[in-house]
Design a protein around this ligand. Sequence first.
Ligand SMILES: [Zn+2]
Length: 262
Amino acid sequence: MLLFILTMLLTALTQVGGVVLLCSLALANLVSAVYPWQQNLLRLGIFLLLYTLTVRVITPMLAGKSGRVPLPCFASDNEPLQPANFGYCLLMRNYVKPEVRTHLLHIARQFRQIHPGATLRYLDAGFPFLDGFPLLPHLSHSNGRKVDLAYFYQRKTGGRPVNFSPAWLGYWFYEQPSSPKENACLGRRNWLRWDFDWLQPRYAAYALDVERTRTLLTLLAADAQKILLEPHVQKKLGIQAANIRFQGCHAARHDDHIHAQW
Ligand SMILES: [Zn+2]
């Protein structure tokens, strides 16, 4: 039962992690240890080794053949793009179609020309294989054409820009509407629309960096096919474009990140 739950969990989180676990156990069974703890240690060791090999070598190679490439895990001068949390790379949730990678890198380079030294940060993108395989908890990230991007932030006192996402995952630090009137889903609760009110005080020292986030949205609006954003954030950033839409009240909030698709 535990094995079933672990396999399902790893598959939901990483797509191929469940298969890696089953292969590791099969390999570990080829060697019989004297004590059960030795056998468990061996299983863990083989799993970690095989998982690392899968993340670094096997998946990029096989995904490339099926038309998906990883977004960069570490930013460089030529590719100023990286995940808001390295976990997105470790969990292999950073795969997209090659043309989407090209678009994003182009935007990241343009961004750095406007804001020297700044790095674009992505959140969940897509899994390495199979169109239609859901990247939970997202409803639509299943074809390698959708990427979530982190907002930019600054310190509340002094307004100094910071080059990280205050929220650990880059999600769930919500930009609150300035008045209840601006809340597009006021009084319309939905189980997919998480608020995490208890988390918000943790980020009290930070505020949205309107200038840099506006630059990002402007570049995206000129390039992407569709962008999802909460209306009050769009108003705050002051950008009008036909491809910027509201996701509706039956989906996750988009006032903590930008969803872009090509
Ligand atoms: Zn998204």
